[in-house]
Design a protein. Structure first.
Length: 229
């Protein structure tokens, strides 16, 4: 009985530590994936008006909550509102037939002839991502803006993004095709939403200890009932 009591108290202690241990929380989300066109070489001009679809796929590098993104836009028109959505992919290609997983609305000023990064907040989406996941950042143009990037061009050995590619509306209605380059973007992940391995271990040990005490207590009770009979 004394041994079971000691195991029981130790299990409770491990559980209290695991549930009460403060996690290391990042003060700000971490930059995970990015592609920034070389200064002066943002040759790809993906227009975001005329209801055209534009997309950039990316491969997640850190696990956690996909908390936000930035897109490289020039907005020399009258400004407006753009809604960017996160979609799953099939074999690396945006799957627009599925529902979007998260979205954020961006207000564009209409004053930036030179491209700058505009940010979108996805922190309320609850979209948890894991390393190796491939998603698509998609917008269907309805504002006066251009998503800037670079074409693949062997004549200009510029940096490119290896974890994804740019896509856009095809000539056939409802189709999407590769644009042959990348669009400027950044994604951010809040890694504080991932439990620490040590915390998970302590929680597991505590639960295992309680389960062991329960089995021994049940076995002892069954034995007592048998002897009574």
């Amino acid at each position: 009985m004394r041994k079971r009591f000691i195991v029981f108290m130790l299990s409770l202690f491990l559980l209290s530590i695991s549930l009460g241990t403060p996690q290391i929380v990042q003060s700000t989300p971490i930059l995970d994936q990015q592609y920034t066109p070389e200064s002066g070489y943002a040759f790809m001009h993906a227009e975001l008006d005329y209801d055209l679809v534009r997309a950039q796929t990316f491969t997640v590098g850190r696990g956690g909550l996909l908390s936000g993104f930035e897109v490289y836009l020039s907005t020399a028109g009258s400004g407006g509102v753009l809604t960017f959505k996160v979609y799953p992919t099939i074999s690396g290609v945006p799957d627009l037939t599925s529902g979007s997983l998260a979205e954020a609305t961006i207000n564009i000023s209409g004053l930036d002839e030179d491209p700058v990064f505009y940010s979108g907040d996805l922190s309320g989406s609850g979209l948890m991502v894991s390393p190796g996941d491939v998603y698509a950042l998609v917008v269907q143009g309805s504002g006066q803006a251009t998503w800037r990037g670079e074409y693949d061009d062997s004549g200009f050995p510029l940096p490119y993004y290896a974890g994804g590619a740019a896509y856009g509306s095809g000539f056939a209605q409802g189709t999407i095709v590769a644009l042959g380059g990348d669009l400027g973007f950044r994604t951010y992940v809040d890694t504080a939403h991932v439990p620490e391995p040590a915390t998970v271990l302590l929680l597991g040990l505590g639960l295992m200890g309680l389960a062991g005490v329960r089995r021994k207590f049940k076995s002892s009770s069954d034995s007592t009932e048998f002897n009574d009979n």
